[in-house]
Write a protein that binds this ligand. Structure first.
Ligand code: HAM
Length: 404
């Protein structure tokens, strides 16, 4: 027997229903915030992710589904959505239009060759948004508010962590100071962190190793070294969050696992999902468009991991819906198909093809969770009518086909 690959799952029945409910709910909310749907290819040139997510990140360094296609191109299955949307934005020359804002939302599969565990898959689904051309920190707040709206609509509790990662003015200075300090404690850090001191020093700050965290207590943090403009934006974000009902904490160690962020970085976590507690993450990436060859354009966005929240989603109770239709005499077959096709204009219709007894049909209608059972037997055929039972109210009636 051939099974699905490790870390990859079939979405069916209840999970599939939940998936559709999550992306429908999130899509409707994103549309209310002015976002338009975008779909970009799953395969992209490997260089796109190397340049955006960053070669020193775990995602690019260890986790990419990367291969050479039949034409000899170095391609890769997208590990995240932002890079592809930025590429599409530049390719469509939207960076050349002046003072325009563009807002996109997307959902679909992402691929990371990670060690699978609960909440961590190799193929998983994200819902995300990307906003272009808005420099104001109000946009960061608005996106955070949208994520909160989505989780509230889905009935999912969360805590929000925020940080600021600075800009090209304050970050490099801080980075030099950090490297100096890290060198003084390097020998005591874990082996991953020792490597990161030279490849990606900022990532040392969010190491999960408790001994490293102890050593990092006195190490300066970027949000204490922000330039005036970054500091004022970060304070404004806090002011707006304070005015809203969204609880948050400042996490000075929050640096995110992707290299493209500047200024605001945030993560939504849930205590209900186990070790993989991050249910959404995002932030600002004002340098990414120009870094990928476009004109300097501000950007900010987020993505949530659908599988991480699937079990927690509070779905509205599914009620009986549509028709189950069946025949008790062969001669009624043609008319049943005509009725079914007419009803399908606005209703869900499930047709049982086999001729059966009334009792067997009612059992089938119940299994199909139909609201109505519509059955044609010999008597109904003669009188050009149907037998209809409302399975919720238990009401039964015979209606003429013309009145249906
Ligand atoms: P990310 O934090 O790498 O950000 O992923 C976003 C979310 O995807 C995570 O919070 C988590 O819920 C989910 N996720 C990540 N990896 C896995 C996995 N292996 N299995 C299951 N779920 C997972 C990004 O991807 C950025 N592109 C977000 C963004 C958009 N920033 C700006 N715009």
């Amino acid at each position: 027997m051939i099974n699905a690959l490790r870390g990859m799952k079939d979405l069916m029945f209840e999970d599939a229903k939940r998936y559709i409910y999550v992306v429908d709910t999130a899509s409707k909310i994103a549309q209310r915030y002015g976002y338009n749907y975008i779909e970009t290819p799953i395969l992209e040139e490997t260089a796109l992710f190397k340049r955006s997510v960053g070669e020193s990140s775990d995602i690019v360094g260890k986790e990419m589904y990367q291969f050479e296609d039949k034409g000899g191109n170095d391609v890769c299955m997208r590990p995240e959505g932002t890079a592809g949307v930025v590429r599409a934005f530049i390719q469509a020359k939207l960076d050349r239009t002046q003072n325009q804002k563009y807002r996109f939302y997307y959902y679909g599969p992402m691929f990371r060759y990670e060690r699978p565990q609960k909440g961590r898959l190799r193929e998983f689904h994200q819902f995300g948004v990307e906003s272009f051309g808005e420099e104001a920190v109000e946009e960061d707040f608005t996106i955070i508010q949208m994520v909160a709206d989505i989780f509230n609509a889905l009935g999912i509790g969360y805590t929000l962590k925020i940080n600021s990662l600075g800009c090209p003015e304050c970050m490099p200075k801080y980075r030099d100071e950090l490297i100096n300090r890290l060198h003084s404690i390097k020998d005591d850090l874990c082996s991953d962190c020792q490597r990161r001191v030279s490849t990606n020093p900022i990532r040392v700050l969010d190491c999960k190793n408790s001994h490293c965290q102890e050593l990092l207590t006195d190490v300066p943090k970027i949000c204490d070294r922000l330039c005036n403009s970054c500091k004022s934006d970060f304070e404004k974000l806090q002011y707006m969050l304070d005015r809203s009902s969204i609880d948050y904490t400042i996490d000075k160690h929050l640096v995110r696992g992707l290299d493209y962020y500047t200024k605001t970085a945030f993560e939504f976590v849930s205590s209900e999902v186990g070790a993989q507690s991050a249910i959404a993450g995002g932030g600002r990436y004002d340098r990414l468009v120009s870094f990928l060859g476009g004109k300097d354009t501000a950007g900010v966005g987020f993505a949530l991991g659908v599988e991480r929240i699937l079990e927690l989603v509070k779905m509205p109770k599914s009620s009986r819906e549509g028709y189950y239709m069946g025949i008790m005499t062969e001669e009624a077959r043609d008319i049943l198909f005509d009725i079914a096709h007419k009803k399908r204009v606005d209703s869900k219709v499930i047709v049982e093809y086999a001729k059966k007894s009334l009792k067997a049909h009612l059992k089938g209608a119940d299994r199909a969770n139909a609201r109505y059972a519509l059955i044609i037997g010999e008597d109904e055929l003669k009188s050009k009518s149907v037998w209809l039972k409302d399975l919720e109210t238990k009401e039964e009636q015979v209606i003429s086909v013309n009145d249906l």
